[in-house]
Design a protein. Structure first.
Length: 182
């Protein structure tokens, strides 16, 4: 069985004084991914001095629509503040698919050919950047540039995994260069 690593969340601000943190959930199965005892790989954002590489779920609860998590390795508010921004990963079976048909794992998107709405090739999806507000597709254009496209339905209306393609509702300067930049 092949396995892959997927992003399941990002640590937000501390909640209280005992190390509990808010988590920006990036999975449609939080009860499964954040089960008590689950160990998640932690990736520090660039420039962070945080040395945590894995976190073990001690307790979870929902509060006003936000997932609050207590990890064994985060004991107090100071440690929770230092953990802010950590991206959380877990390993899943490579054949597993997200339950939501509009959700995708990074490995499913990387390598897809990007086209505009008229069928003109724009380039290839090189990476997915997990931002604070939204995810961004990195599209490497055929002329070697890299463009960041917000991964929202309005700008990426179609993802066809079977055809290995993604449609980008290109706007001037988003992927294709502005006329004055050509």
């Amino acid at each position: 069985m092949d396995s892959i690593e997927v992003v399941v969340g990002r640590i937000g601000r501390p909640h209280g004084l005992r190390g509990e943190v808010t988590v920006d959930v990036r999975t449609d199965e939080p009860e499964r991914r954040y089960a008590v005892g689950a160990t998640l790989r932690a990736e520090s954002p660039s420039g962070s001095a945080n040395r945590l590489t894995s976190l073990t779920v001690q307790r979870t609860r929902w509060h006003q629509g936000r997932l609050l998590v207590t990890f064994d390795e985060i004991a107090d508010r100071g440690a929770a503040e230092a953990a802010r921004g950590l991206v959380l990963h877990t390993t899943v079976d490579a054949a597993e698919r997200p339950a939501d048909p509009d959700e995708f794992y990074d490995h499913q998107l990387v390598g897809l050919t990007a086209y505009d709405e008229h069928g003109v090739r724009l380039g290839e999806v090189a990476a997915l950047v997990h931002g604070g507000a939204q995810d961004l597709l990195t599209v490497r254009t055929d002329d070697g540039r890299e463009a960041l496209v917000p991964f929202v339905k309005a700008l990426v209306p179609e993802v066809d995994l079977a055809a290995r393609r993604v449609v980008v509702a290109d706007r001037p300067g988003l992927v294709a260069p502005l006329p004055e930049d050509v």
